[in-house]
Write a protein that binds this ligand. Structure first.
Ligand code: HXC
Length: 268
């Protein structure tokens, strides 16, 4: 689908996207790149990264892939440094790396719980923390002299409760809290904006194929009769809004992008 944004809104900017080689993260990488940003993607799987980088480059996007696990401080530090070395600045950090599986709370081991918090919550904080020195120096911020921008990919699970997702719900609640607190501290001190996007179920993603209960895929069984799955494009457009100057007055927000699904209850 065609973008409603001008193609040069991120011209000269450099974006680092964790989990940027596949799923929603890859669409974010693509759209940031198509709108002028140079794109560094971080992920654990080198083959996925290589193929993603080739795809981005074939679209004329300046792209580089850096292998790393957001759970490891040394990886976070190295990837942030490599991004700076390659492109000379970092303006936008998108935390899209996430771990996920369905498990009932009774069957989930404490280590399984911790693993997802390590990836989603600690990983997000670690990446923000390591990128801070670079984000301070450049970026879009709220004015031309402002700092950079952080966008965290969250979820809507924890707005209520979600079956077999206690680990992810807790992890994403922490992601939202991290975003608000960093927005307060770094918005005030460095003019860095920190926001989140909370996608609903998005078609054609690893998350959907692993997690979605069958009734979500079957529109006749959902609580919202006209409900349709979102597209990765919808999430990428929301990131573009927040990452560009269009979102210059938005800080500390998490925007649900789910067609209103989280509001729904069965009719009675
Ligand atoms: C129960 C599980 C499990 C499963 C792992 N564990 N998978 N428990 N059911 N299916 C437990 C293990 O038993 C272990 O605990 C602990 O978690 C660590 O497991 P490892 O396999 O050693 O971890 P690791 O190799 O590091 O992999 C972590 C991972 C991750 C979380 C499984 O690789 C992963 O999920 N990757 C998929 C990424 C993905 O799908 N991303 C899209 C996210 S979509 P014990 O106690 O045995 O040691 C998304 C959307 C959210 O986030 C919103 C949806 C609506």
């Amino acid at each position: 689908m065609e973008s409603p944004f001008k193609v040069d809104i991120l011209k000269g900017k450099v974006a680092l996207i964790t989990g940027g080689g596949s799923g929603i993260g890859f669409e974010i990488s693509t759209q940031l790149g198509k709108h002028g940003a140079s794109v560094a993607i971080m992920g654990r799987r080198s083959l996925v990264l290589q193929s993603a980088v080739s795809n981005l480059q074939s679209l004329g996007i300046q792209a580089a892939g850096f292998e790393g696990d957001v759970r490891k401080l040394e990886d976070a530090r190295r990837v942030v440094q490599s991004t700076f070395d390659q492109f000379g600045r970092i303006d936008i950090l998108v935390n899209a790396a996430a771990g996920n599986f369905l498990a009932s709370a009774e069957d989930l081991s404490p280590n399984g719980f911790r693993t997802v918090l390590d990836i989603d919550s600690v990983g997000t904080f670690t990446m923000c923390h390591e990128a801070l020195p670079y984000l301070k120096k450049g970026g879009l911020g709220r004015g031309s002299s402002g700092g950079g921008v952080i966008v965290n990919i969250s979820a809507t699970l924890h707005y209520t409760a979600a079956w077999y997702q206690v680990h992810v719900s807790a992890a994403k609640a922490a992601v939202d809290a991290i975003g608000r607190n960093l927005a307060l501290e770094w918005g005030t001190d460095y003019d860095i904006r920190v926001n989140g996007i909370a996608p609903g179920p998005i078609g054609d993603t690893p998350g959907m194929s692993k997690l979605a209960p069958e009734e979500i895929k079957d529109p006749t069984k959902t609580p919202v009769p006209s409900y349709i799955l979102g597209e990765k494009w919808d999430i990428a457009m929301a990131v573009l809004y927040l990452a560009s100057n269009a979102g210059k007055f938005v800080n500390g927000a998490t925007i649900p992008v789910d067609g209103g699904l989280w509001l729904s209850r069965p009719r009675h």
